[in-house]
Design a protein around this ligand. Structure first.
Ligand code: SF4
Ligand code: SF4
Length: 160
């Protein structure tokens, strides 16, 4: 069955403080930005879609989810929008709800890795990850994934 995105926005809420968007230039228009997409190192020019421009100044999402992507907005409690949808990074086009699943020795899913974050982690997975240093969470994405995978594998989990 084809993946169907429910537009919940969860995958865009955990990009962390290292994901940055800068206004492209003063004469490029307030709806154009240069995005440094840290999970992949991409630097791309993005544009807020015309029909989404009214959402740009609504910063309420960051009060509840301060590590959200700068281009995530909510139009209702459960419905999110990417306001640069047509120019979003390649990674966003290709990825779904998670990059990797964390399973215990019985094959039970007990965490999801998305970007630099482990979401929906159970208590034990959270304990293992809490032992990782802050340096790991700031490391390049490939280093982050390697360290997280090593730690969880040593603790008896599988990552796929
Ligand atoms: S660019 Fe759009 S799809 Fe990608 S993380 Fe940000 S809000 Fe989500
Ligand atoms: S891809 Fe993101 S927005 Fe879509 S259903 Fe999965 S977590 Fe929600």
């Amino acid at each position: 069955m084809a993946f169907e995105c429910l537009c919940c926005g969860v995958c865009c809420r955990y990009l962390g403080p290292y994901h940055e968007a800068h206004a492209a230039s003063s004469d490029a228009g307030v709806y154009e930005f240069e995005l440094e997409f840290t999970p992949t190192g991409e630097r791309i020019d993005v544009t807020v879609s015309e029909e989404m421009q009214h959402l740009l100044s609504d910063m309420s999402v960051f009060e509840e989810y301060p590590e959200s992507c700068p281009f995530l907005r909510y139009i209702s409690d459960n419905e999110a929008r990417c306001i640069i949808h047509s120019t979003r990074p390649d990674y966003c086009r290709k990825s779904g709800c998670y990059d990797y699943l964390v399973r215990d020795s019985d094959g039970v899913i007990c965490g999801k890795i998305k970007n630099r974050f482990v979401i929906d982690a159970d208590e034990h997975v959270s304990e293992v990850l809490a032992r990782l240093s802050d340096i790991v969470s700031r490391a390049p994405y490939n280093v982050f994934i390697k360290e997280v995978t090593n730690s969880l594998t040593n603790a008896g989990y599988t990552i796929s």
